[in-house]
Design a protein around this ligand. Structure first.
Ligand code: ZN
Length: 134
């Protein structure tokens, strides 16, 4: 097993947290790998990836509200493209997550989901997944 699997994410709003756990688990299941690690990588500069609660949708709402306060949309930024806030927020999340695979399943906590975090949408985005058996 040595490929990179890629899937698309269509983000409908400027800011969004999209639960991609199902897509990632499907790739793990199709790979046939029972034990190993799964690396999920976002190849963008204004979107990132994080792991957080997937039970109460208010967590997503609160998360996006607060991160918007920490990094204001306009704050005297110099970047000509006008999306510095999105670049900064994306780096705060980071661009990859590593999850253990055990018995063919992502070894996430009961309340955890993998979230694609959009900060400069709406856009068509990509997510790469690499699975390493071991
Ligand atoms: Zn930019």
């Amino acid at each position: 097993m040595s490929g990179v699997y890629t899937f698309g994410v269509r983000t409908g709003q400027a800011y969004a947290m999209i639960d991609i756990t199902g897509e990632v688990q499907n790739i793990v299941s199709k790979s046939g790998v029972k034990n190993g690690i799964c690396i999920v990588f976002v190849p963008h500069t204004t979107a990132g990836i994080t792991i957080n609660e997937n039970a109460d949708p208010d967590v997503v709402r609160d998360f996006l509200m607060e991160i918007g306060k920490i990094v204001p949309l306009h704050d005297g930024y110099q970047h000509i493209e006008g999306n510095s806030a999105a670049h900064i927020k994306a780096s705060m999340m980071g661009f990859s997550q590593t999850v253990i695979i055990e018995e063919g399943r992502l070894l996430l906590g009961t309340w955890q989901g993998i979230y694609f975090t959009e900060f400069d949408g709406p856009r068509n985005r990509k997510v790469h997944v690499k699975i390493i058996e071991g």
